[in-house]
Design a protein. Structure first.
Length: 284
């Protein structure tokens, strides 16, 4: 009798332990970053890929599929081989222009890294719910700088540093308004997008725009304006409030923010060695 009683008790305890483990597991997983299944991509925009950024991006691959959109046609096969978890995007000017993906940085040249990246994620690889686009003079301390924004704003269509409206069509004060005239009705909206996250739904609106107009308009207008016109959710988090143009950030300013317990992402910091030094300073 004692043996018969022990077996059911043992089984019951085993079931309780298993259920406890499963409950703990799923609670833990629910608190993890929701890109664990890589539903979000992170795309760096560069003229040339640099080891400083590629080394840094390796830590992102735990939570994101990572891409680097390159604005030239050099052979980076050897470098790509050193970073197998990062996908290099190189698309010719001709292919982008043929499909209407040009003009996003019209004052610089017809096709740049942003045109290539937008084309890639709208015509070649549409699997992601959201895509981060980041210029290489943006500084962030680590991948948590991005992942915490994804946790706080999981459904936002546009995460950007700010938004400014133009409700009357006056072009005074900003030279790029003329680039949108004749394409989209008022109101217009703009701001710098050195670092921004864009939803699949908003990317689809961009593709529809290209199909209608056969080219892009200036990147700092297009996403904000399309988001406004389509009543999409726009978030301008304080963590991006240090993204500005054109004045460069001083390291002492950033260290001062840290001393006060403040955490931001910064733009511009063009000297990549400063990126390395700032990350090292945080570990000391």
């Amino acid at each position: 009798m004692k043996t018969k009683n022990i077996i059911p008790i043992f089984l019951l305890l085993s079931v309780v332990i298993l259920l406890s483990y499963l409950i703990f597991y799923f609670i833990h997983k629910s608190r993890e970053h929701f890109t664990e299944n890589h539903s979000i991509a992170f795309c760096l925009l560069v003229r040339e890929p640099r080891a400083v950024w590629l080394d840094f991006l390796n830590q992102f691959t735990r939570q994101y599929d990572v891409f680097v959109a390159i604005d030239n046609h050099k052979d980076y096969t050897s470098m790509q081989g050193s970073y197998p978890s990062i996908t290099f995007i190189q698309i010719t000017d001709q292919e982008c222009e043929q499909h209407g993906y040009y003009n996003s940085d019209y004052y610089f040249k017809p096709v740049v890294a942003t045109d290539r990246a937008f084309y890639y994620f709208n015509r070649i690889n549409k699997k992601y719910n959201h895509i981060w686009f980041c210029e290489d003079d943006v500084f962030m301390q680590n991948d948590q700088s991005i992942s915490q924004l994804d946790q706080w704003y999981p459904s936002a269509d546009l995460i950007a540093p700010n938004i400014e409206m133009n409700i009357d069509g006056q072009a005074d004060g900003w030279a790029h308004w003329q680039n949108i005239e004749g394409t989209l009705p008022l109101p217009w909206a703009h701001h710098i997008i050195c670092l921004t996250r864009i939803s699949r739904e908003l990317m689809n609106k961009v593709d529809q725009f290209v199909q209608q107009h056969h080219k892009l308009v200036y990147k700092e207008i297009l996403f904000h304006t399309l988001a406004v016109h389509n009543n999409m959710s726009i978030v301008t988090p304080p963590e991006l409030s240090k993204i500005r143009y054109p004045e460069e950030w001083d390291i002492l300013d950033i260290l001062g923010d840290r001393d006060r317990g403040e955490s931001y992402i910064y733009h511009p910091i063009k000297d990549l060695q400063k990126h390395v030094d700032l990350r090292k300073a945080d570990k000391n």
